[in-house]
Design a protein. Sequence first.
Length: 432
Amino acid sequence: MRMRTLAIGIAAAALAAGLGLFGATRWSDANTGAHPRAGSADPATIARGAYLARLGDCAACHSVAGQPPFAGGLRMETPIGAIYTSNITPDRRHGIGNYTLADFDRALRYGVANGHTLYPAMPYSSYARTTPEDVAALYAYFMHAVEPAAVPERPNEIPWPLSMRWPLTVWRWAFAPEPAPFSFAGDPVLRRGAYIVEGLGHCGDCHTPRGPGLQVRAFGPQDGPAYLSGAIIDGWHAPSLRNGDRTTIGAWSEEQIAEFLRTGSNAHGMAFASMNEVVANSTQYLNPADATAVARYLKSVGDAGTVQGKYAYDPATSRALRSGDAGARGAMLYLDNCAACHRPDGKGYEGVFPALAGNPAVAAAPPDSVIRIVLEGMQTARTQATPAQFTMPAFAGRLSDAEVADVATFVRGSWGNRAPAVEARDVARLRR
Ligand code: HEC
Ligand code: HEC
Ligand code: HEC
């Protein structure tokens, strides 16, 4: 999250030249005309706005440790320089205190503020799905329940002429979906799940691959099989959330997905990397009905079991290790370094040490996450439901590139996992 990389300026300028998009108009004031009146601030609306701000994970980017909530200032790297997130407290001088509801809506759904286009690091393309009622509730929350903070915004560090914002406008015309009333026919629970996942939850900003302009390639199942099919984000693999792959949540039940979102772990794995923050700031607050809706919707995206068949536990590895056969590549390293916590049967201890058997983080085709976890170690997410934290030690100082490759190959090919082998050069690439 902190280092999300977006080649927007350059890519968009190139696109502008190539596509001749000047003159197109995709946003106008008329689109925001039908809103409920600004300034309605009854406690129920404010409370709903607070909940929606959690769903949208506004704090992830607009709150920084040591600063008042939503005062902005988070540094985000782009290939053309660093940008800083905005102060979105109702401070009149430094924040959004002078925003009307229409201004707020324009920033949130259309990516336009103070007359210029925002960097798409602000996930307005996903937020475009938000209903006018929910935009109004968010506005009520930010205007009436967030403390104004007189924290000046930090200027972006992008040199002229790359700092010019017009290419962003072209980018927006080319890639951002036009905000339109959210439409989803059918089951109300699936509808609610789609609304959260495709909209405020902006799950696809990390879980859907990006195209050549670094735009998110699909915003919903209607855009084809790229949607939520997995992506590398900040050097981590955000796995496919489609139901069809045996290495991902295809093997998870609806209850297990909901449990993961609300607690950061389940029998199959634990949250890490930026998903850790997503759970801590956002999904742990999903109410039970919404967690179920998200889970059911995810189970509906992609065709179950058609890709590679479901994961099935294979006891052969465990049997071999227990009978003293450590001849498989990396098996000895596993016994020496990993088995104390993750156990020879690869099933770990639920809620403490995650299972590696059938774990998508281990068995997904791209090896990036498992290599980085072994090199860097990590900590479990802290949520209301799971206040204790457990630590996975870092092995960068203890294992060579070849050894990390061997042990990663072992866990990726054992207990029914069937991911390709890892080579030392893959490890060298990710070691810092
Ligand atoms: C992934 C990071 C990220 C998330 C999540 C995010 N924002 Fe932003 N937001 C940004 C960045 C970066 C900017 C500044 C972009 C720029 O300067 O062009 C911004 C700008 C804004 C602005 C414009 C303020 C101004 O006057 O410059 C508003 C309003 C805003 N965000 C509201 C929200 C709300 C409400 C949410 C949650 C629903 C949210 N943001 C979630 C990154 C994020
Ligand atoms: C800021 C980037 C980011 C956002 C936004 C994000 N995720 Fe993730 N997610 C990740 C990363 C990275 C991983 C891999 C680490 C892990 O498994 O915890 C992941 C893993 C997961 C997993 C575990 C999948 C598996 O197969 O192991 C689930 C389920 C998940 N995300 C659901 C969601 C949902 C639902 C949303 C939207 C509400 C969402 N994510 C939003 C980055 C993100
Ligand atoms: C001292 C106990 C301990 C040892 C030893 C250990 N781990 Fe871990 N491991 C953990 C904990 C705790 C986590 C969960 C951290 C988290 O999710 O943030 C974890 C997480 C993981 C994960 C991510 C799974 C997920 O779903 O989050 C992988 C992969 C992993 N370990 C592999 C290994 C390998 C390979 C070794 C040996 C080289 C190893 N571990 C040694 C405790 C350990």
